[in-house]
Design a protein around this ligand. Structure first.
Ligand SMILES: NC(=O)C1=CN([C@@H]2O[C@H](COP(=O)(O)OP(=O)(O)OC[C@H]3O[C@@H](n4cnc5c(N)ncnc54)[C@H](O)[C@@H]3O)[C@@H](O)[C@H]2O)C=CC1
Ligand SMILES: O=C(O)[C@H]1O[C@H](OP(=O)(O)OP(=O)(O)OC[C@H]2O[C@@H](n3ccc(=O)[nH]c3=O)[C@H](O)[C@@H]2O)[C@H](O)[C@@H](O)[C@@H]1O
Length: 437
């Protein structure tokens, strides 16, 4: 099948590459010419394990190509995916300008039947808005607009796309249903379902999924905070409740608040949708409030330890990405934490296996940067762990002690066992686990 993917960010690139991998002919379009030039030479602008190999293979086999020419890209395509940004606008609502602008452009380019598939996360009613724009210039027999929200996670995006737990497709058109079922058939062969529904339900499903997951995390963060006050250990509580299949083991890890390019903006956007419909979504507002507070927890603990005066202290930060296996720092808790430490007059030295360059672009020479995790510790009064990269899980504790000014660790991701830290002689504080020092 001939496919065009508009927008070669995280979602567009993975979507295009995975459809090429299953034998389709894919053209990816972006307005960012630097990105297009890099992608043509096989360089992925994002760090995503496995994507480079897949991309190189499909470029070589000439199943995927990249262009900034929208007209040429959509000419032969039967299916056009929109993988465009939908950032939070000034009021928190999803900004639809990219999606609606491209819809206007497509209205003047389409001459034969096409399916416009929206992969971006968009508020309920967007498919109808796109249809209305296309209808200004095109007869309804020339297009169908489909909502096909994407559920991939950064860091394991290729796997999530190739083996999805489910595919959600919002359309009531029989013609589009058949084509979409055909396109996705290689990915759902293992018995994972495709759910066809109306576009409004598909759009809402995406926000409900992200908001529910964010709620799970905020709930566990509050349980963790209460564990600290009551002397319970959240590790045990997590295991204790997670074995109930109605609750599930996953997404119960407390920490320094959820981050990333989607949960923060999507929870905000769903709350705005509720407000627009005069519905007071109390639970969502709490999810947002809890997350804002949780991002401050680690610095509060640190500040308390240093008698509420961080001025002139130096801290080493391990991990900057919003989660492991990505270089993405969009809405990462680390960005807030760095801001707070700098505002308190502290010196901050950072290390991350892949995200350092993105942080450098944001903070420039306000920070000290380290090439190695141990070098980052030199002259530091304490180590803060902000991302649970696997290389931090089993470090040389003697070397940590030698390099730090004092054996003090504030762990925002509960990476180490309390017993081990006591045995090693660290002052160790984590989330939801009473210190046993
Ligand atoms: N990043 C993720 O893990 C996931 C993101 N989503 C959703 O997918 C959508 C896209 O997200 P990302 O890929 O992260 O965005 P992104 O911001 O990384 O990439 C968007 C791309 O679109 C390009 N673009 C902007 N205007 C354009 C135009 N007029 N024509 C062609 N290209 C244009 C940009 O240059 C950029 O390369 C968002 O709605 C997001 O909420 C959904 C699931 C997962
Ligand atoms: O819409 C999206 O963009 C995507 O958002 C999330 O994926 P992603 O942002 O890549 O990352 P997650 O693995 O969900 O983690 C999000 C944040 O929650 C935090 N988290 C996650 C799990 C947990 O138990 N505790 C916790 O604090 C992570 O540290 C991270 O900051 C969803 O998991 C995807 O299904 C969705 O497609």
């Amino acid at each position: 099948m001939k496919i065009a993917v508009i927008g070669t960010g995280y979602v567009g690139l993975v979507t295009g590459t995975c459809f090429a991998e299953t034998g389709n002919q894919v053209v990816c379009v972006d307005v960012d010419q630097k990105k297009i030039a890099a992608l043509r030479s096989g360089k992925t602008p994002i760090y995503e394990p496995g994507l480079d190999v897949l991309l190189a293979r499909n470029i070589k086999e000439e199943r995927i190509s990249f262009t900034d020419d929208l007209t040429k890209a959509v000419e032969d395509a039967l299916v056009i995916f929109l993988a465009l940004p939908t950032p939070a606008g000034a009021d928190g609502a999803a900004d639809l300008k990219y999606v609606l602008q491209v819809a206007e452009q497509l209205g003047s380019l389409i001459t034969t039947y096409k399916i416009i598939v929206n992969k971006s996360t968009v508020p309920v009613g967007t498919a109808e808005k796109v249809s209305a724009i296309l209808s200004k210039r095109l007869s309804s027999s020339l297009f169908d607009v489909v909502s096909n929200p994407e559920f991939l996670r950064e860091g394991v995006a290729v796997d999530d796309f190739l083996k999805p737990e489910r595919v959600v497709i919002g359309t009531t058109s029989e013609r589009a249903t058949k084509i979409m079922a055909d396109l996705y058939s290689p990915f759902v062969r293992q018995g994972n379902p495709i759910y066809f529904m109306d576009a409004r339900s598909a759009e809402m499903t995406k926000y409900a999924a992200n908001s529910f997951l964010a709620m799970k995390i905020s709930f566990m963060n509050e349980i963790a905070n209460l564990c600290e006050r009551t002397g319970a250990n959240v590790d045990w509580v997590r295991i204790g409740i997670g074995s109930d299949q109605r609750i599930g083991k996953r997404f119960l890890f407390p920490g320094i608040g959820y981050g990333g390019s989607c949960f923060p903006k999507d929870v905000l956007a769903l709350n705005l949708t509720a407000q627009e419909h005069e519905y007071d979504f109390k639970l969502l507002q709490s999810v947002l409030a809890v997350n804002t507070l949780q991002k401050k927890r680690l610095v509060q603990k640190l500040s308390q330890y240093f008698d509420h005066n961080l001025q002139g202290r130096q801290f080493a930060l391990w991990g900057l990405a919003f989660k492991p296996e990505t270089d993405d720092i969009r809405d990462a808790p680390s960005v807030d934490i760095i801001g707070e430490l700098l505002a308190a007059g502290a010196t901050v030295k950072v290390y991350d296996p892949v995200a350092t360059e993105n942080v450098r672009q944001l903070f420039g020479d306000q920070l000290l940067y380290s090439e190695s995790q141990y070098e980052a510790l030199q002259d530091a009064d304490a180590l803060l762990i902000l991302t649970e990269w696997s290389e931090f899980r089993n470090p040389d504790f003697e070397k940590i002690k030698r390099n730090l000014k004092a054996p003090v660790i504030f762990d925002g991701r509960n990476v180490y066992a309390l017993e081990k830290m006591k045995e090693q002689g660290f002052h160790y504080e984590s989330i939801g686990r009473s210190s046993i020092n």
